[in-house]
Design a binder for this molecule. Structure first.
Ligand SMILES: [Zn+2]
Length: 308
């Protein structure tokens, strides 16, 4: 079975600081694909990459910052039903549950409520299309799961846990450090042909190396702290970037510790030349490094011919 990674969008947000789409990746495994995060522009990027909703098996959300989920409703609405070559059979959407560490956490939406509230917000359109276009009921096709994650700081939090499995992939997750967002997750996809790990948003942390151990490809976030420091942003904002994200040297250290075959930098926060990102990561990782752009394709495990 062929496996291909497509970095549909590589930008952090929520802001437009360059031409790249918001953070989103697809993993194509045989004739099915899996989405990881749904940043701004992911629906068009997926379409232009040749991905069609009828082949969507599951979507995964690393955490609930808006730059990772803002287009989840749009992606579902643009990929649902026969008229758009969309899905007509059940699709899983899995992500973090409510944040139990926040005082008002129970009143704030986890992944299930994010989806259910979106369906409610678009209920008029959905009802019209079910009756006017003979589309299947969207809600009944979506199997949305708030993942049961270990408590932050518990011994179990340092170990991978099962997330999802079908006949093509086994997905595991681990808690990562993206304060104050909890839970924040990284995901690992293991297939017959190879393995790909997505960091989501995280500071440099040991858990990433645990999850990514021996993986073929590590897709890791990176931040250019100097970019933000030079913009005159508030100290609180700069502190968030420092304690919640990873400089490229840190992504390289994680890749080295995990012994991965390739490091793909994505979710690039703050602008810099590709050579800036790449050289800094290369100072701590000897393997191949890519500074990903939107729509870039990577064969996993063995070469995969690019599709038109
Ligand atoms: Zn984030």
């Amino acid at each position: 079975m062929s496996v291909e990674l497509i970095t549909l969008g590589t930008a952090a947000g929520p802001a437009f600081r360059g031409p790249e789409n918001g953070i989103s990746s697809a993993l194509v495994v045989g004739d099915a694909f899996y989405m990881v995060d749904f940043g701004m522009g992911c629906s068009r990027a997926a379409h232009e990459a040749g991905l069609r909703g009828k082949d969507l098996a599951a979507g995964f959300v690393t955490h609930l910052h808006s730059d990772h989920v803002v287009e989840l409703p749009g992606f579902l609405l643009w990929n649902w039903g026969n008229p758009v070559d969309g899905f007509t059979t059940p699709v899983s959407v899995l992500g973090p549950g409510k944040d139990a560490t926040r005082p008002a956490g129970e009143t704030l939406s986890g992944t299930r409520e994010l989806v259910s509230h979106a369906l409610q917000a678009f209920s008029y359109d959905i009802d019209i299309r079910v009756h006017d276009e003979a589309r299947p009921d969207l809600a009944s096709l979506l199997h949305t799961v708030d993942l049961d994650t270990p408590a932050h700081g518990s011994p179990e939090a340092a170990r991978p846990f099962d997330v999802y499995e079908d006949d093509r992939v086994k997905v595991t997750g681990i808690l990562v450090e993206h304060p104050p967002v909890r839970p924040a997750l990284a995901f690992r996809f293991d297939t017959d042909a190879g393995s790909v790990v997505f960091s989501g948003d995280t500071a440099e942390c040991d858990s990433m190396a645990v999850l990514a151990s021996g993986a073929d490809v590590l897709v890791h976030e990176a931040v250019n702290l100097d970019f933000y420091a030079g913009k005159g942003f508030a100290p609180e904002f700069l502190n968030h970037q420092r304690i919640s994200h990873t400089p490229p040297e840190g992504a390289g250290r994680v890749a080295s510790a995990a012994g991965v075959g390739r490091l793909v930098l994505s979710h690039l926060a703050g602008r810099a030349d590709p050579a800036w990102w790449g050289s800094r990561a290369a100072s701590t990782f000897d393997g191949p490094i890519d500074v990903a752009v939107s729509g870039q394709r990577f064969g996993v495990g063995r070469p995969v011919l690019a599709r038109a």
